[in-house]
Every structure is written in C-alpha cells, then in structure tokens.
Design a protein around this ligand. Structure first.
Ligand code: NAD
Length: 247
C-alpha cells in the first residue's frame, strides 16, 4: 500500500490488538508512528506531534480523544466501537469539527457488504425476513459489533423502520416472528476475527450475504488508507465509502 511516507501517526489504544496491527501496517507502508498512546498516558502531549490521530481503544475514551483532537486541530480516524446510539450521535457532532473518518469496519470487503446489503434490502423488501448474525473472538467486549450495528442501520433505513424493530436474540415464548422485526445475534468464541451474515428468508428461498475476516490487517490497512485520505480534507464526518470513492 502506498501510504504517504512521511505521514506521522498518533495511535490511541496502541497496546491493543488493533493498535499493534496498525503499527505493523504502518511500518510496512513507511508511515511513522510518532506517539503510541494507551490507557494512563498523557493523550494531549502525545497528540501534538502527529499529522493524524488513529483511535482503536475503548468507547469510554472516545469523548476525550475527540475533545483533544478538536483542541489540537488534528484530523481523526476512529475505529472504536461499542458506543450507545445517543452517545454516538453526540460524539459524531463533536468530531465533525475536524476532518474525521469514523467507521465501524475499515475493510474493503465489508464496505462492499454494506453496499450489497442496501441493494438486497431495497429489492427484497418486507416480504423477506431479515436477520443479522455476527461472530467474534471470545475477548470482544461489546455486542453487537460495530459492523453489525452499521448493517442494521442500513436495513432499518431501507425498510423505513426504527431501532424499536430490532430483536436482540430470542428466548422463551416469543410468539411468531412479525414482518417488521429485524433479528440480531452475536456469537462469541475462540479467536474469530469477525464474521457477519445478513440473511433474507423469503417464501421458498433464502439469500445470505456473508463476509469473513481472517486477519485484522485488513482493518489496519483500511485505517491507514483513511488516515492518508483524511489529512487535508475539510472538517466534517466521513466514512469508508468516502475514502474508497463508493459514494
Ligand atoms: P483491545 O482490548 O485489544 O485494545 C484496546 C486498547 O485500548 C487496550 O490496549 C486498552 O488499554 C486501550 N485503552 C482503553 N482505554 C483507553 C483510554 N482511555 N485511553 C487510551 N487507551 C485506552 O481491543 P481491540 O481488539 O484492539 O479493539 C479496539 C476497538 O476497536 C474496539 O472497540 C473494537 O471493537 C474496535 N475494532 C474496530 C475495527 C474497525 O475496523 N473499525 C476493527 C477491529 C476492532
């Protein structure tokens, strides 16, 4: 990947799985990590040196990361997931004061899955019962995944439904499935990097769109691509569809 050689990166969550994957991808692409920040470090001091801040830490850290990046006028790439919807809305408004790419998933394949899910939902409509199933490694702290959350947003938008339509797992005497509900199921186990399936079950047929990640390098390389792209953009919110030119 041809990351601008002199891009200076600030990593937040640097000791984590994704932080390490970004550092590895940056080294391979000739970008320089000028600050590796993690819980307990002085984020403000670390941020000063970089061209762009990449955050893969904890949802609890995002408000502070945004506050400091806005104060320092640093472009942002945010990959952290797990924010409650109302909090995310508030954070997005604040992040828009600098150029910010915010994506629940930085892989090219998953961004294609987003586009295919929108198209399939539009074509198949309410006659096809739609369920989202995701599986991740046993250490993942939030559920459903940020990618599943984005898939659900797309389905709800196309079906003109609200979050009240979501059914997170089912248990007990649930009654028959209604046409307007959208099921969500989060599986956890082993070292699964990230699997997502969107299922459309209709009369006499079933369509499944599946993406399986086997290496978190795909997210790291996507985040680097976003970092290179976001430097020099106007302040505002962007996603990987912008970075990849899919809009
Ligand atoms: P991890 O638990 O391995 O790493 C998180 C790191 O963040 C840890 O080192 C932790 O100490 C650090 N951290 C926690 N609070 C902090 C704070 N206040 N300030 C600075 N650092 C702090 O987790 P991970 O697997 O690397 O995932 C990190 C986040 O990225 C999660 O939210 C995960 O869902 C998300 N993720 C996003 C994508 C994507 O493409 N957008 C891909 C994979 C993971």
């Amino acid at each position: 990947m041809s990351t601008k050689p002199n891009l200076r990166l600030v990593l937040v969550g640097a000791r984590g799985r994704m932080g390490q994957a970004v550092a590895t991808a940056a080294a391979a692409a000739g970008a320089t990590v000028v600050a590796s920040l993690d819980d307990g470090d002085n984020l403000a001091a670390g941020m000063a040196a970089g061209d762009v801040v990449i955050d893969f830490s904890s949802h609890a850290a995002t408000a502070e990361v945004i506050r400091l990046a806005v104060a320092a006028r640093k472009p942002l790439v945010i990959g952290t997931t797990g924010h409650p919807a109302a909090e995310k809305k508030r954070l997005l408004a604040k992040a828009a004061k600098v150029p910010c790419v915010w994506a629940g998933n930085f892989s090219v394949g998953v961004n294609l899955l987003f586009a295919l899910t929108r198209r399939a939902t539009k074509i198949l409509g309410a006659e096809y019962d739609t369920e989202v199933v995701e599986m991740h490694h046993r250490l993942k702290k939030d559920a459903p995944s940020g990618t599943a959350a984005r898939l659900l947003e797309i389905i709800l938008e196309e079906r003109k439904l609200t979050a009240a339509a979501l059914r997170h797992g089912r248990s007990g005497i649930t009654g028959a499935r209604t046409a307007t509900e959208v099921g969500v199921h989060a599986l956890r186990g082993g070292d699964v990097v990230g699997d997502h399936t969107v299922m459309f079950a209709g009369p006499g047929e079933r369509i499944e769109l599946t993406h399986k990640a086997s290496d978190r390098g795909i997210f790291a390389r996507g985040a680097l691509r976003a970092a290179r792209w976001v430097v020099g953009q106007q302040p505002g919110l962007y996603d990987m569809q912008d970075v990849l030119g899919l809009k």
